[in-house]
Design a binder for this molecule. Structure first.
Ligand SMILES: NC(=O)c1ccc[n+]([C@@H]2O[C@H](COP(=O)([O-])OP(=O)(O)OC[C@H]3O[C@@H](n4cnc5c(N)ncnc54)[C@H](OP(=O)(O)O)[C@@H]3O)[C@@H](O)[C@H]2O)c1
Length: 358
């Protein structure tokens, strides 16, 4: 059994890591870390508001009893000698300082964006660009690390990149336009989105999000050439908005393909996409993409939990008359499961299988 540290364990994504690792067959959470606010307290006490006594557990699943007594360490001083892998769920500015310290000796799988755009750092989605993990060898050589950093993509990029992959393989892509309707949990909890700002409202701007989605999609769907990734040559343009939904990002996607195709061909390419089928990875969904025939789906409330939040659900695949060879569809992807913690655990499983961890 691999021993894991979860850094940022008290946050929304950190709690999802605790759930994702609960009864995991290969990996167990044995060390937890967070900020000065939580350090020195048991996990249970760190999650309990000192003034009101409120237990600030966010996940739908109950809080696993066996981690409640673990003492939360200060992330900057965490003892990592006795762990085999580190899951990082902290903000990017802290990740920039802490993750290289950990990576000098241990594998770090991160949900933060700090290192996503560096040349020697792969942004992995198992089943989509698993082969890009070869960059880890380059990273170790360049930086002199025994460990490494692999960040997972932004929670909005992940559903987009997954659904574009079968289209790219079957028909080629000229350009992509996307408008997102992103959930509140995507903004985290400290401070997160203020209730009165989002009630009866849509917020049309999420700082840095659009640039992240555009760059990451091109990197993930790019090609590993020599010691670096050649970004996919098609343009990606998006508008990212925040809506009054608790969990699950919805995206309206418009694709101009190289070869003409019919909506049924796209649906078939997505349904048949092999992805992680027969991969043997414990957190892998049965199907990476589930295509819904009902024109009123996908909906975040009904579809985000498909296959434990690990499948991307697609519907409304139809022709788009405004684009050359235009196809459009709607997707729903779970932002704190496949888009964060469970997705990062899946990445760890891939890296175990590939021999980079353990
Ligand atoms: N939410 C999502 O859907 C989502 C999806 C993909 C990626 N991400 C990324 O995942 C990361 C965590 O997001 P989140 O939504 O879980 O945020 P969050 O709910 O605000 O949690 C932040 C965590 O970071 C800890 N922290 C704060 N300052 C720290 C410091 N100086 N040193 C160490 N730990 C510190 C907090 O600990 P205390 O409780 O002790 O303050 C808490 O555990 C971010 O980089 C975010 O961009 C989030």
């Amino acid at each position: 059994m691999l021993r894991a540290a979860v850094v940022g364990a008290t946050g929304i994504v950190g709690q999802q890591f605790i759930v994702a690792l609960d009864k995991h067959p290969w990996i167990k959470a044995t060390a937890l870390a967070a900020s000065e606010r939580s350090a020195g307290r048991s996990y249970k006490d760190a999650l309990t508001d000192e003034k009101t006594g409120s237990f600030r557990w966010f996940c739908d699943e109950p809080a696993p009893a066996d981690v409640m007594g673990i003492q939360v360490q200060l992330a900057a001083e965490m003892d990592i000698a006795n762990v085999d892998i580190i899951f990082s769920a902290i903000e990017s500015d802290q990740a920039r300082i802490l993750e290289p310290k950990f990576a000098a000796s241990k594998p770090v799988i991160s949900t933060a964006s700090a290192f996503r755009y560096e040349k020697d750092v792969p942004v992995l989605i198992p089943g989509i660009n698993s082969e890009q993990s070869a960059l880890i060898k380059v990273q170790r050589k360049v930086r002199g690390w025994k460990g490494f950093i692999t960040p997972d993509p932004n929670c909005t990029t992940i559903g987009l990149a997954i659904t574009l992959k079968p289209i790219l393989d079957a028909f080629g892509i000229k350009s992509v336009i996307m408008a997102s309707m992103q959930s509140l949990s995507g903004a985290g909890r400290s401070p997160g989105v203020i209730g009165l700002d989002i009630l009866d409202n849509v917020i049309p701007y999420i700082p840095s999000e659009e640039e992240k989605v555009q760059r990451e999609t091109q990197k993930i769907l790019g090609a590993l050439v020599g010691d670096s990734i050649q970004p996919a040559p098609f343009a990606v343009s998006c508008t990212c908005t925040r809506v009054n939904v608790r969990e699950g990002h919805t995206e309206a996607v418009f694709v101009s393909t190289q070869k003409p195709c019919e909506p049924l061909d796209v649906a078939k390419a997505m349904q048949d996409f092999a992805g992680l089928r027969d991969s043997g990875l414990p957190s892998a969904p049965n199907q990476m993409i589930v295509v819904h025939p009902d024109p009123f789906r996908p909906q975040p409330r009904l579809d985000r939990d498909t296959d434990s939040g690990m499948a991307t659900t697609v519907g409304r695949i139809r022709k788009d008359g405004a684009l050359d060879n235009g196809i459009k569809y709607v997707l729903v992807s779970h932002n704190t499961k496949m888009g964060a913690a469970r997705g990062a655990v899946l990445t760890a499983e891939l890296l175990v299988k590939q021999g980079f961890v353990g």
